[in-house]
Design a protein around this ligand. Structure first.
Ligand code: NAP
Length: 576
C-alpha cells in the first residue's frame, strides 16, 4: 500500500500546461485526508511489470516484455504516446540527430515501411512516427493515458511495487520500470509578477496542441539553450517584434538540414545495418565518430581547414566528430572555440551584438551545442532585439511587459525556453520508497548513486531506463534506449528462467560504479561549467550545487561493461 497520498495532490500549473508533474507547479492538497477519490476504491490491478512513461523507452520496453510473455502496463501522464516529442511541440522543434540514425532499429519491417522526409525531421513528423510505431505493434491497449504516477512503494513482504496515480488509482507489479525521460520536467523562472502577465505565456516543454500565431505580435523568448535557439529562429520569421532575453549564450553550429530525395531514401533503407553499426561504434551513438588525432598533431592551417569542413557538414560532426581531445584538453578546446567565435563575428553584422552572442565563461562543446539554421542572422533583422540580462537583469514581469533594470519591453507573448529539471527531476516528482520505506529523494539528496545507471541499492526490482549515470543520458538516445531495454529484458528473462524473484545491486557495486562515473567525468571539461549535465538548475531549490548526472565513458564502453556484468551472472547484483 502506498503510504504517502491518501488525498489527491492537485498541481496547479504555473502556466497553460496540462501536465501534472510540472516545473514550478504549486502543489495544493485540495482533498481532505479522510475523503478518498473515487478511483482509490477501485480494486488494485496486478501485473508482472509496470512501466512509467510512454515515450521512446517505455514503448519499446512494453513491446519487449510482451514478447517475453509478461503482463505489462504503462502509465503515462499525457494523452498520447511519444514522451519528449509529445510535449515539445514548440515551433522549430526538430532532431539534431540524423533522422535515420534516430528511429528504432529492432524491426526490419518498421525500418523499411517508414520514410523520413528530411535529414533532421521536425517534431510533428517524429510524433507521427511514434504513433505509427504504437499502431503497428498495437501498444496502446496496454497504456493508461492521463495517468500521472505520483507514488511508488516497495512491499518487502510481497516483493512487489505498488504505484499510485494522481487520481488515486493503484496497481502492483513485481517489476517497476521507470521510462520517465531525462528532460521531462519543464522549469520556470521565479520572476516576481510572472503570474500577472495578461498576454499569452508558454513553456516550450508544455506547448499547446493548437498552433500559436505570432504574426503581428510582440514576442519575448527567455532562454538560449538548444530549445531557445530553435524557437527563436522560427518566431523571428513572423513576429512583429522578437525580444530575446539571453542570460548566457552558447556556441551554436549549423544544422544544414535538407529534404531526403527518393534516391537517398532508397540508399538509406539499403544501408541501415551499416548506419546502426557506425552508431554502435561511436562514443555517443551518432553517425559521427571522433577523429583519432589530437588538435595539436596537425598544423594550424590543416586544423583550420578541418574545422571549416566540419562547420560545412550537417549535424553534430563538429562536436562528436572533432579531434579527440577537444573536450578534455583546454588548449585543444580553445582552438575550436576561437574558430566558432570567428564564425559568430562573421555572421552577425553589429559587432556589439556579436560579442554578446559569444560565450565568455565556457569553451565550445562543454555545454550542449545547439544546432541552428540561420540563428545568428536573426540578429541582423530589424524586428529582433537581443537583451543581455546579465547586463540588465529582468526585475519583474508586469501585466503587459517584462521590466529589466534598464527598460520595459511591452509584449503580447512570452515564451519560456528555460529548460528542465534534468534527469533526476522526474524521479524527484514521484514519492519512490524502497526497503524500509526509505525515499529515493533522501538517498539521492547529495546526488544520484546507482549501479550501471539502471538500478539502485535499497530499491529491489526497480529498473531505471535512461537513469542518472547511464550512457543513455549522453547519447543519440534511441540507440542507447534499445541497449537499456534489451539488457533489462534479458535480466528479467534470466530471472524467470532461474525462478529468481528479486534483484538489487550491492552497496559495494553501487559505490564502485558511482566512483567510476565521477572519475571519468573529472577528465571532461564540461565538469568545470554549470549546465544541466552537472545537475544545475537555477530555478529549482537545491539544484545549485554541481553533481554529475551523465555517464561520460561512451556508449561502447558502457555496453561492454553491461554485457560483462550479465555474462558473469549479473555480477554486482544480489539475485534471490
Ligand atoms: P537548457 O539547455 O537548460 O537552456 C535553458 C536556457 O534558459 C538557458 O539559456 C538558461 O540560461 C536559460 N534560463 C534558465 N533559467 C533562466 C532564468 N531564470 N532567467 C533567464 N534565463 C534562464 O534547456 P533547453 O534549451 O530546453 O535544452 C535542454 C536539452 O534538451 C538540450 O541540452 C538537449 O539535450 C535537449 N534538446 C534537444 C533538442 C534536439 O535534439 N533537437 C532540441 C532542444 C533541446 P543559462 O544558460 O544561463 O542557464
Amino acid at each position: 500500500m502506498v503510504t504517502r497520498t491518501l488525498a489527491t495532490l492537485v498541481h496547479l500549473e504555473d502556466l497553460s500546461g496540462d501536465r501534472q508533474a510540472g516545473g514550478n507547479s504549486v502543489t495544493v492538497n485540495v482533498v481532505p485526508e479522510q475523503v478518498k477519490p473515487a478511483a482509490a476504491h477501485e480494486p488494485v490491478k496486478r501485473y508482472d511489470a509496470i512501466i512509467i512513461g510512454a515515450g521512446i523507452s517505455g514503448m519499446y520496453q512494453l513491446y519487449r516484455l510482451r514478447q517475453l510473455g509478461l503482463t505489462a502496463r504503462v502509465f503515462e501522464t499525457g494523452d498520447g504516446v511519444g514522451g519528449t516529442w509529445y510535449w515539445n511541440r514548440y515551433p522549430g522543434a526538430r532532431f539534431d540527430s540524423e533522422s535515420y540514425s534516430y528511429g528504432y532499429s529492432f524491426s526490419q519491417d518498421l525500418l523499411q515501411e517508414w520514410d523520413w522526409s528530411e535529414h533532421f525531421a521536425a517534431q510533428p513528423e517524429t510524433l507521427r512516427y511514434l504513433n505509427f510505431v504504437a499502431d503497428k505493434f498495437d501498444l496502446r491497449r496496454d497504456i493508461e493515458f492521463s495517468s500521472c504516477v505520483t507514488a511508488a512503494a516497495y512491499d518487502e513482504a510481497a516483493n512487489c511495487w505498488e504505484i499510485e496515480t494522481g487520481d488515486g488509482r493503484r496497481a502492483r507489479a513485481q517489476f517497476l520500470i521507470t521510462a520517465v525521460g531525462p528532460l521531462s520536467i519543464p522549469t520556470m523562472p521565479n520572476y516576481e509578477g510572472i503570474e500577472t502577465f495578461r498576454g499569452k505565456s508558454f513553456h516550450t516543454g508544455k506547448w499547446p496542441h493548437e498552433p500559436v500565431n505570432f504574426t503581428g505580435q510582440r514576442v519575448a523568448v527567455i532562454g538560449t539553450g538548444a530549445t531557445g535557439v530553435q524557437v527563436i529562429q522560427e518566431v523571428a520569421k513572423t513576429a512583429a517584434h522578437l525580444t530575446v532575453f539571453q542570460r548566457r549564450p552558447n556556441y551554436c553550429a549549423p544544422l544544414l538540414n535538407r529534404p531526403i530525395d527518393a534516391e537517398t531514401q532508397r540508399k538509406i533503407k539499403a544501408s541501415y545495418p551499416e548506419i546502426f553499426e557506425r552508431c554502435r561504434e561511436s562514443h555517443g551513438c551518432f553517425i559521427h565518430k571522433a577523429d583519432p588525432r589530437k588538435a595539436a598533431e596537425v598544423s594550424p592551417e590543416e586544423r583550420e581547414a578541418f574545422y571549416e569542413k566540419l562547420y560545412a557538414d550537417p549535424g553534430f560532426g563538429i562536436w562528436m566528430g572533432n579531434f579527440r581531445d577537444i573536450l578534455t584538453d583546454p588548449l585543444a578546446n580553445e582552438t575550436i572555440s576561437e574558430f566558432m567565435r570567428k564564425k559568430i563575428r562573421e555572421r552577425v553584422k553589429d559587432q556589439g551584438i556579436a560579442e554578446k552572442l559569444i560565450p565568455k565563461d565556457h569553451g565550445f562543446g562543454t555545454r550542449r551545442v545547439p544546432l541552428e539554421t540561420r540563428y545568428y542572422e536573426v540578429y541582423n533583422q530589424p524586428n529582433v532585439t537581443l537583451v543581455d540580462i546579465r547586463e540588465t537583469p529582468i526585475q519583474r514581469i508586469v501585466p503587459t511587459a517584462i521590466m529589466t533594470s534598464a527598460t520595459e519591453y511591452e509584449l503580447d507573448i512570452i515564451i519560456y525556453a528555460t529548460g528542465f529539471d534534468a534527469i533526476t527531476g522526474a524521479f524527484d516528482r514521484i514519492d519512490i520508497r524502497g526497503v524500509g520505506g526509505r525515499t529515493l529523494n533522501d538517498k539521492w539528496a547529495d546526488g544520484p548513486r546507482t549501479y550501471l545507471g539502471i538500478q539502485i541499492e535499497g530499491f529491489p526490482n526497480l529498473l531505471t531506463l535512461v537513469g542518472p549515470h547511464n550512457a543513455a543520458t549522453f547519447c543519440n538516445i534511441p540507440r542507447c534506449i534499445e541497449q537499456n531495454v534489451e539488457w533489462v529484458t534479458d535480466l528479467i528473462r534470466y530471472m524467470r528462467d532461474k525462478s529468481l524473484k528479486r534483484v538489487v545491486p550491492t552497496q559495494e557495486a553501487e559505490r564502485v560504479w558511482t566512483e567510476h562515473v565521477y572519475e571519468l567525468a573529472s577528465r571532461m571539461l564540461f565538469t568545470k561549467v554549470d549546465s544541466w549535465f552537472m545537475g544545475i538548475n537555477t530555478n529549482v531549490p537545491g539544484k545549485q550545487k554541481r553533481t554529475f548526472l551523465l555517464y561520460s565513458g561512451g556508449a561502447p564502453a558502457y555496453r561492454e561493461k553491461c554485457d560483462e556484468v550479465a555474462a558473469r551472472g549479473y555480477e554486482g547484483f544480489t539475485l534471490t
